[in-house]
Design a protein around this ligand. Sequence first.
Ligand SMILES: Cc1cc2nc3c(=O)[nH]c(=O)nc-3n(C[C@H](O)[C@H](O)[C@H](O)COP(=O)(O)OP(=O)(O)OC[C@H]3O[C@@H](n4cnc5c(N)ncnc54)[C@H](O)[C@@H]3O)c2cc1C
Length: 415
Amino acid sequence: MRRYSAFAIAREGARYHTGWERAWRSPKPKKKYDVVIVGAGGHGLATAFYLGKNFGITNVAIIEKGWLGGGNTGRNTTIIRSNYLQDPSAAIYEKARSLYETMSQDLNYNVMFSPRGVMMLAQTHHEVRGYQRTAHANALQGVSTEFISPQRVKELVPIMDINGPRYPVLGALWQPRGGTARHDAVAWGYARACSDMGMDIIQKCEVTGVNQAGGKVTGVQTTLGEIGCDKLAIVVAGNSGDLAGKAGFRLPMESVALQALVSEPIKPTIDVVVMANTVHGYMSQSDKGELVIGGGTDGFNNYTQRGSFHHVEETVRALVETFPIISRLRMMRQWGGIVDVTGDRSPVISKTPLGNTFINAGWGTGGFKSIPGSGWAMAELVAKGEPGPLAAEFGLDRFREGRFIDESVAAGVAH
Ligand SMILES: Cc1cc2nc3c(=O)[nH]c(=O)nc-3n(C[C@H](O)[C@H](O)[C@H](O)COP(=O)(O)OP(=O)(O)OC[C@H]3O[C@@H](n4cnc5c(N)ncnc54)[C@H](O)[C@@H]3O)c2cc1C
């Protein structure tokens, strides 16, 4: 595949852009692959990419029931940060954040990584103590964060009212190298690189069953017929419980809709990401000028990939005290994605009860930021059959053994 470069843009500009190739192939499925990955979201595609890049395994199919990146990967609010409390979380999220720094170069695809800084507001004394504790933990983990004063918050975000009557801003946990990236581009960049390595991305193909013999996977049934495989990786986020059921095991996970919305586009007003966890809302500004606003999950389990009106009202009402200017804005679009939530709010990168079958799931409301780190760790698990250091603590056995990685504060409401 031809590389994207300034020279290529100039050349195509001179010949009316007639020479661009398709970014990835759309092949028919082969009869059998070394590895079948179910789910062409960011995590599935990143797993495939690192299987090829780190282990030379390229006889791989990535099977997607819709279109690639059409699940949560294309529906999230793109926040990237690694300021988690527990050591295993900080390790994998910081690995991911550092891979985002060079992702555009590594994939030869502009993913628009913007390390504009992420702040998590402390608006109660309890939060002040919690975030100070996280800042200390991050210092020990080698993650660069600091607890900043209300005055510094105001300098960084002049549109904020830090003296709100109910929830004044008492400080914030600040990660200067956190930020955002263009979510679709992350999926498209990985897809292009995987296709270039000879992997098959098969869209509009749903996995409907899992074939097995002697306690091991032998292939999958799909809407395009049976596809054999030596190893199976299940990477389907909100559909994890459903697919695990088809493979014959259960997961300690729930699926629930998480919603977000954007305002009409306005001139640049805020150039960092702000999360306000006490009032339950967060905001950043997209390159198009829209304020990207995220809220909470639905209060009941469901599979509806859509927004609902009361979420718009509740989320904007929560944020308006701290950001008075948004009371005058029209909200333009809202949507939902189905997230897969575990009891300890930490993910699963694990072997399963079915031989040669592995699962990557449970990223809940916060798995966009982890895509490259998760793909790196999952590829190692699939290639070697055993987890490496990044995935070791995230096995399914932790629920049986009570070794929870409690991130309910860092990940429960935030993203
Ligand atoms: C509104 C919202 C806001 C969010 N904000 C953030 C944020 O700011 N920062 C952050 O870090 N995270 C955020 N997240 C979470 C993040 O989007 C997800 O954790 C992440 O995208 C999960 O990626 P994935 O590849 O595992 O799943 P997905 O992108 O959902 O991919 C899974 C794919 O599997 C496919 N699939 C399912 N079943 C089958 C089947 N049987 N056969 C074939 N294919 C199948 C689906 O069609 C889907 O494309 C947010 C999520 C939502 C919904």
